[in-house]
Design a protein around this ligand. Structure first.
Ligand code: HEC
Length: 132
């Protein structure tokens, strides 16, 4: 929330941030907007969200909601992720992002997790709202 207040102090920056959010297809709503910011800060260096965009270090996340873990064609997942049997939904994403190494031991996502419940909820809301 601090970030939003901070951005809101300069109208131009806010407009820019909102436009950027719109182009990466965030669903409307404050949680989604906050989630887009968390995503930009913590995930975007490794994950693309636009449909059909190439995977980076991590798999493309377009349409991740409802998808089986380890199922983006052509992406080389760890055996741990491929065999996890998880279907990505709000609750499984929330648990995974809290501590990836605990939920999928041996996975290759170089990310410790998001401790803050609100930030995690925001980013989950953002990625589950991504178009297929
Ligand atoms: C340092 C790079 C990196 C960062 C940062 C990162 N990821 Fe990942 N992510 C990966 C990799 C690599 C995998 C595949 C892991 C495997 O195969 O074990 C992955 C897998 C995933 C998956 C499973 C996808 C699937 O197709 O099964 C989800 C969901 C995910 N990441 C979400 C996120 C979110 C949300 C964030 C930010 C909070 C994030 N990641 C941050 C690299 C990263």
């Amino acid at each position: 929330m601090k970030t939003i207040i901070c951005l809101a102090t300069t109208g131009l920056v806010t407009a820019g941030a909102l436009a950027a959010t719109a182009t990466i297809a965030a669903p409307p709503g404050p949680a989604a907007t906050a989630g887009a910011q968390v995503f930009a800060r913590s995930c975007a260096m490794c994950h693309t969200v636009a449909r059909g965009a190439p995977s980076k270090l991590g798999p493309n996340l377009a349409g991740v909601s409802g998808r089986k873990a380890g199922s983006v064609p052509g992406f080389r997942y760890s055996p741990a992720m491929s065999k996890s049997g998880i279907t990505w939904k709000a609750d499984t994403l929330d648990a995974f992002l809290a501590k990836p190494s605990a939920v999928v031991p041996g996975n290759r996502m170089g990310f410790a997790g998001i401790k803050d419940t609100a930030q995690r909820a925001a980013v989950v809301s953002y990625i589950t709202g991504l178009p297929k």
